[in-house]
Design a protein around this ligand. Sequence first.
Ligand SMILES: Nc1ncnc2c1ncn2[C@@H]1O[C@H](COP(=O)(O)OP(=O)(O)OP(=O)(O)O)[C@@H](O)[C@H]1O
Length: 249
Amino acid sequence: MPALRNAPTVVRVTDVSKRFVIRKEKSLKERIVNFGRSQKHKDDFWALRNVSFEIKAGTTIGLVGANGSGKSTLLKVLGGIIQPNDGTVERRGRLAALLELGAGFHPDLTGRENVYLNSAILGLTRKQTDEYFQSIVDFSEIEEFIDTQVKFYSSGMYVRLAFAIAVHVDPDILLVDEVLAVGDEPFQEKCMNKIKEFQAEGRTIILVSHSAGQVEELCDRVVVLSHGNVVFDGGAADGILALRESFEH
Ligand SMILES: Nc1ncnc2c1ncn2[C@@H]1O[C@H](COP(=O)(O)OP(=O)(O)OP(=O)(O)O)[C@@H](O)[C@H]1O
């Protein structure tokens, strides 16, 4: 469901840039020649450069781009997990983020403990989590392992529990990284249905995906990143064409 023209802006990204410092390892020869001198060899790398856009409530937006183009970095900045070096991110409403595998889970805690920990981080009281708990477990279909430490979970089990938590905390904004691809087919279908339900309820979804089919099916709008720059921002069909073009640069 495309956002209404007069819907409020729920995310405003203004001139966001993110720099990483990359350590480069020297070759064995360089290390011998430079023996005793500083071994430090660092480069600045701009993963995002002057990224700006706004998202209206109720929009499903696809973030696409080649490997390394900055999609996950942008999602983490949007989710407040990392801070940009320049620029600002403004958000309105409760946000739940499904980022890379395991992010947000404590490996030594059990599934049950992680449900309570994550829900608390997302602003739910213990009583509210008690109410949702069984529904989260049912959605994840991993009841048998709910009292196992999550470090022993398979990738699919991680995603099942993480997705189940994210969709039960009543988020206004849902961030979804490529994680859905890890679930098996029945679970992927269940997630797609949940995302469509969220769309119908007017929630805002920001989705990173490498699947053109998934993006065309779900997204009202597509932002294409290339080397940390926004090179396209518009409709899904044109966005897929722009994505293919960006592979050549
Ligand atoms: N913590 C970090 N330290 C140094 N460099 C990083 C860090 N995180 C990301 N990068 C670099 O920033 C760039 C963008 O990474 P990012 O994970 O955002 O790409 P992506 O578009 O999500 O890629 P993919 O499609 O492969 O998941 C990459 O070159 C990556 O190596």
